[in-house]
Design a protein around this ligand. Sequence first.
Ligand code: AMP
Ligand code: ZN
Length: 140
Amino acid sequence: MSESAKCIFCKIVRGDIPAVKVREDEATLVFMDIQPASPGHALVIPKTHAADLYEIAETDLNIVTATVQRAARAMRQALAPDGIRIVQTNGAAAGQTVFHYHVHLIPMREGQKLGTHGRAPADTEDLKALAARIREAWEG
Ligand code: AMP
Ligand code: ZN
């Protein structure tokens, strides 16, 4: 079986499993993290499978980075966090659990504890409402 056939994020890209999407274009997808470190926590991924920073093609990396900037601007406008933490993990030792390149955008509040993963799955309706707010800010 190919890497992408069994990869959970490729399954989301193909629509084989559900996700709360914020926005997508030809090459990237932005969706809500199912176990958010804080409300609004989103992930940006390339649609083409690459395990990590070592493997991703430079063109895809640049496109993902541009999407991360657009998503961060929309998140700042929609949710007015005190800051946005950008996290990208490579290898299990760095905390990577899904081996499809992804960038975390974690809205932060003053005094909030740093961390990449929440403890519990979020309510889908809450995720949908947050995604809609970010999407509306993005699309103006
Ligand atoms: P990392 O530990 O950097 O590999 O981050 C993987 C992230 O993917 C974690 O924050 C998970 O909560 C998130 N995640 C895993 N499966 C899903 C899914 N099906 N939908 C949305 N987010 C997911
Ligand atoms: Zn994949």
